[in-house]
Write a protein that binds this ligand. Sequence first.
Ligand code: ATP
Length: 468
Amino acid sequence: MSTQTEQNAPSNSTKSMDDIVALCRRRGFIWQSSEIYGGINGFWDYGPLGAELKRNLKNAWWQDIVTCPPDGPDGHPLSIVPVDCTIIMNPTVWEASGHVGGFNDPMVDCKECKARFRADHLADLECPLKPSKKAGEHSACKLTEPREFNLMFETYCGAIRDEDAKTYLRPETAQGIFTQFWNVVDTSRVRVPFGIAQIGKAFRNEVTPRNFTFRSREFEQMEIEFFIHPDEAEQWYRYWRDSRYAWWQAIGLAGNNLQLREHDKDELAHYAQEGAGTSDIEYRFPFTAPGFGELEGVAHRADFDLKAHAAQCGKGDKMRYFDQANNDRYFPHVIEPSGGADRGTLAVLCEAYTPDPDRPSKVYMKFHPRMAPIKAAIFPLVNKDGMPEVAEKLYKDIRREFVVQFDVKQNIGKRYARMDEAGTPYCFTVDSDTLSDQTVTVRDRDTLSQERVNIEKVSEYLRERVGG
Ligand code: ATP
């Protein structure tokens, strides 16, 4: 099986982000939210192809973390259970987690152009008055001193909008996991070491949403909190860092566009302890090239969160985990691999984008087969002579197992071109020979080669190449 992992992906330094955004829009991968009203900064919708693509990424994560967790260092499958927690939680959660006090970005405002910038990103941001200059470098810039800006979206629960009714949209999915840790231990058979996994929306009122979906105000996270004995933190940290890096490679982000970077001491998050490991799995997006942007963080969060919630809810040490086998009570430490489904989807899109001047479409999307939004297309060569009926029957047979598309419109070249832009790995065409010898033509997206296969063997053909 030929996958993108084995091939040399074109360098992202030479890909144009404008072209990628244009393709996403034209082919229905990603659109601005509320576009007909001019959009809203930092919010994005996924169209038909994008919704399938993002779902494939989340499904692959769920499959590889929850349904079939990887083997641990002892060669046995890890124990990882899922939860699905709410977006709005008791606001005390965010006091305990440190978000109410500490989830701030230092900001500067420009009194001249009224733009607001993250103080620690000034060197990367354009001056709105003169984009060739960086923020603050134009002679007209009048930047204020840095001020704190809380990134949590506030809302109110109930009819009365006062301080007592104030709540927040969660800025991360992790806290739902921590607050339900004790229920999970009490109701399932998990024992440390084990993980709790969740996929869900998170919201951050980012000051400068930018770079397409990379920095959005509403996005989805795929998070694991893996609970361990404190003495085993280093070992498990290394395990998850390497395992998550390998996972992103396995879904097609191989090659030198992906890197693992250990954090410097001065980058550690508010919960980090001295000596705690944190690393980022980073991707070279066209807009960061030659540099990289974070896809997933892997952090040793120690026992900060469990201890903080135990203290805040007033039960303190009584909430320590009890290890029956060793008659030991402690707050487990946590290794947290926290990835973004939207940044992941964007990386997969950027990686797949492959200009090819020799094709009618001039570009094709070389998705890893597991990520491809449509696995196969079924075409009748012409719209007569019984071909549409045979093609429709084939489509009905294989759509039970695969996401496939049936297309009868326009000439075959145009249909191939559409599927190249959608990144569909295989196109099956029913032609006049099909009616006599029961074979169809299959065209390979990447090599453009064509061969004939028996119509009865189409499912098997796909199963071998794109998985079940
Ligand atoms: P950054 O430094 O880029 O703001 P972060 O370190 O704050 O990211 P985390 O809090 O570690 O991010 O969140 C885990 C993951 O959630 C990130 O690796 C990223 O994939 C995703 N994520 C975080 N913020 C955003 C955002 N504004 N838009 C899209 N995805 C995001």
